[in-house]
Design a protein. Structure first.
Length: 153
C-alpha cells in the first residue's frame, strides 16, 4: 500500500497528507526537511476497495505482490505542500538544509500491474489526492470547532 490518507474515526496525524494538511489548516506554515523526497499516496477508501477487489481477483493475485496507490500521485513533499496550498492559499512553506527528516523513505512506484490485471474489471483509484485534501480540511474544521473533547487532534 502507498502512504494512506483520509479521514477516519481515529485520525492519524503521523501520515504525510493528513499531517501536512493539518499543519496547513492549523499553523499555516511548515518547514520541510529533504523536501525532494517522494512518496506515492492512496486514499483509505481506495485501500478498502482494493481488499474487496483482491477477494474477487484472488485466483489471479494469489502469491503475487501488487502496488496500490494513485498513479498520478508520486509526489515530493514539496509538491504535496503545493497541492495543499491550492486549498489553503496562505499556507507558507519553507525548506531547511540544516536538519534531516528521520523518515528516510523516498520512492516512486508503479501501480500498473494492479491496474492492468483484468481488462474487463480494471482496478483504479477513485479518490483523488485533491479530493482527499478538501475532505481533510472540512474534517479538521468540524473537529476543531465542535468536538475537541472527543479527539486527540
Amino acid at each position: 500500500m502507498a502512504t494512506a490518507f483520509g479521514i477516519s474515526p481515529r485520525m492519524r496525524l503521523d501520515i504525510l497528507v493528513n499531517d501536512f494538511t493539518y499543519r496547513a489548516y492549523t499553523d499555516r506554515y511548515m518547514v520541510l526537511f529533504e523536501a525532494h523526497f517522494k512518496r506515492n499516496f492512496v486514499h483509505v477508501r481506495d485501500i478498502a476497495r482494493t481488499f474487496i477487489y483482491a477477494i474477487n481477483q484472488q485466483k489471479r493475485m494469489r502469491g503475487k505482490p501488487f502496488n496500490v496507490g494513485l498513479s498520478n500521485a508520486n509526489l515530493s513533499k514539496l509538491e504535496l505542500c503545493e497541492k495543499i496550498k491550492q486549498f489553503i492559499p496562505d499556507f507558507y512553506v519553507t525548506q531547511s538544509e540544516i536538519n534531516q527528516d528521520p523518515d528516510k523513505r523516498n520512492y516512486i512506484v508503479s501501480n500498473s500491474k494492479l491496474e492492468t490485471l483484468d481488462q474487463k474489471d480494471p482496478w483504479r483509484a477513485v479518490h483523488t489526492l485533491e479530493g482527499g485534501i478538501k475532505e481533510l480540511i472540512k474534517a479538521y474544521s468540524i473537529i476543531s470547532n465542535n468536538n475537541k473533547a472527543f479527539t486527540n487532534l
